[in-house]
Design a protein around this ligand. Structure first.
Ligand SMILES: [Fe+2]
Length: 154
């Protein structure tokens, strides 16, 4: 089983046991939607596709485990580190890359490292494409516009 599938197994286990059906559906579509968007953006920008895919799957794992959005990016990076260490399949640099991206993913207003930017943009893309007929949130308009330009969608 490759490392992406190991993480998927872990995430499935958490998401598929959420009692509320609506939250379960949202969690599944959001975590795997962001993960696929991470893969696409990382491919385009020549970033590490495997680690970006994993960062997407884990980025809101704290929220969907504890159902508390307060400080979820920072707490989520701590939780993701524990998960990644427990799987004994990642080295320290890889864990740092994934966890730093998760730590920073809520700061959509500022610019981060090129790897961190993949996760932030993937989060925006999933929010905006979940239903393309919904209005785009004010704080995501700029990034969504830049992504449409980057992917030739205008
Ligand atoms: Fe998210």
């Amino acid at each position: 089983m490759n490392r992406i599938e190991k993480i998927r197994e872990y995430v499935d286990n958490i998401i598929l046991h959420i009692p509320d059906e609506t939250v379960r559906r949202c969690g599944y579509s959001h975590l795997y939607g962001v993960s696929q968007a991470c893969a696409m953006i990382a491919l385009k920008r020549r970033e590490n596709v495997e680690l970006a895919t994993i960062a997407g799957m884990l980025h809101d794992i704290y929220y969907y485990s504890i159902m508390d959005s307060k400080d979820h990016a920072h707490r989520g990076s701590v939780m993701a580190r524990e998960i990644l260490i427990s799987l004994q399949s990642f080295d320290v640099d890889e864990i740092d890359m994934i966890c730093n991206a998760i730590h920073n993913h809520s700061c959509k207003g500022s610019k981060h490292s090129s790897f961190d930017e993949v996760l932030i943009d993937a989060d925006v893309l999933q929010h905006c494409l979940y239903n393309p007929l919904f209005d785009v949130a004010e704080h995501e308009i700029q990034r969504y516009g830049n992504l449409k330009l980057e992917f030739d969608l205008l």
